[in-house]
Ligand binder design. Structure first.
Ligand code: NDP
Length: 244
């Protein structure tokens, strides 16, 4: 039996774990005692980013993973299976905005494809690659990091009236919310939720957000650490249930 199993440690994969909210999710889960596997495209940069956490004696083990590349996800799953044997927590964190212009009428379809490849298809790619490992654990949690802008109810109610129309990031998060519900429906026994970290100062928004990345990560970690009686198929934020 491995060291992790003996000590009852949770094993968590956090994709996009090299900066922003993802990096803070990695740090917070590790401080809670989990063995954390931050995934990122550039493993060398990731190694630098987690050096401080490892120096503190935390169990952080980087894994190279581009969520748009099924071969990379399969390779990561194979490495995790070999090194750790199973996994309990998956945080699907990465997203790209697709840049500007984002209006539907101005859309470059290749740009749109890359946004959906990363923000939506990437989640399914990684989740499916990791399912055999997740199924080896008795208590599994998947968190898909979403956004309040993905809420159709908020958009339809005019809450985002001041925001420019977007055919990229915004619909990708709506699709992610829908995918979350469908995964929760199929994956009985696994708790799958979408979580909005709130508006945080990160690269994604030119550091305009009002919350720190660490504050946003706290909300995600709250749902990545729910117990067996926790919710599934929901959309949550710092104040609880988010409108679809
Ligand atoms: P950042 O831009 O700071 O970080 C994005 C992360 O995604 C990076 O680690 C980046 O890695 C990674 N990434 C991008 N593409 C890929 C890929 N193909 N494969 C693997 N990793 C990839 O963004 P945030 O930390 O702000 O965003 C994290 C999550 O929080 C996203 O889902 C975002 O939508 C959500 N969110 C953020 C809000 C905010 O205000 N910041 C508000 C609401 C939701 P690399 O260095 O390799 O590019």
């Amino acid at each position: 039996m491995s060291e992790n199993k003996r000590h009852g440690r949770r094993i968590a994969l956090v994709t996009g774990g090299n900066k922003g909210i993802g990096r803070e999710i990695v740090a917070q889960l590790a401080r809670l005692g989990a063995t954390v596997l931050p995934g990122a495209r550039d493993k060398a940069r990731l190694e630098d980013g987690v050096a401080a956490l490892r120096a503190d004696g935390l169990g952080v083990h980087p894994v190279g993973l581009d969520v748009t590349d099924p071969a990379s996800a399969a390779e990561a799953a194979e490495w995790i299976g070999r090194e750790f044997g199973w996994r309990d927590v998956l945080v699907n964190n990465p997203a790209i905005t697709g840049g500007r212009p984002a209006e539907p009428s101005a859309m470059d379809l290749d740009r749109l494809r890359l946004v959906f490849e990363t923000n939506v298809l990437g989640v399914l790619t990684v989740t499916n690659a990791m399912l055999p490992l997740l199924r080896r654990s008795a208590s599994v949690v998947i968190v898909n990091v979403s956004s309040s802008v993905g809420s159709l109810q908020r958009a339809a109610g005019g809450e985002w009236a001041a925001m420019p129309a977007s055919a990229t990031y915004v619909p990708s998060k709506t699709a992610l919310n829908s995918l979350t519900v469908q995964c929760a429906k199929e994956l009985t026994g696994i708790r799958v939720n979408a979580v909005n970290p709130g508006w945080c100062a990160t690269d994604l928004n030119g550091f305009q957000g009002q919350l720190s990345a660490a504050e946003g990560a706290e909300t995600v970690v709250q749902y990545a650490t729910i117990g067996p009686d926790g919710p599934t198929g929901g959309f949550f934020g710092a104040d609880g249930v988010e409108p679809w």
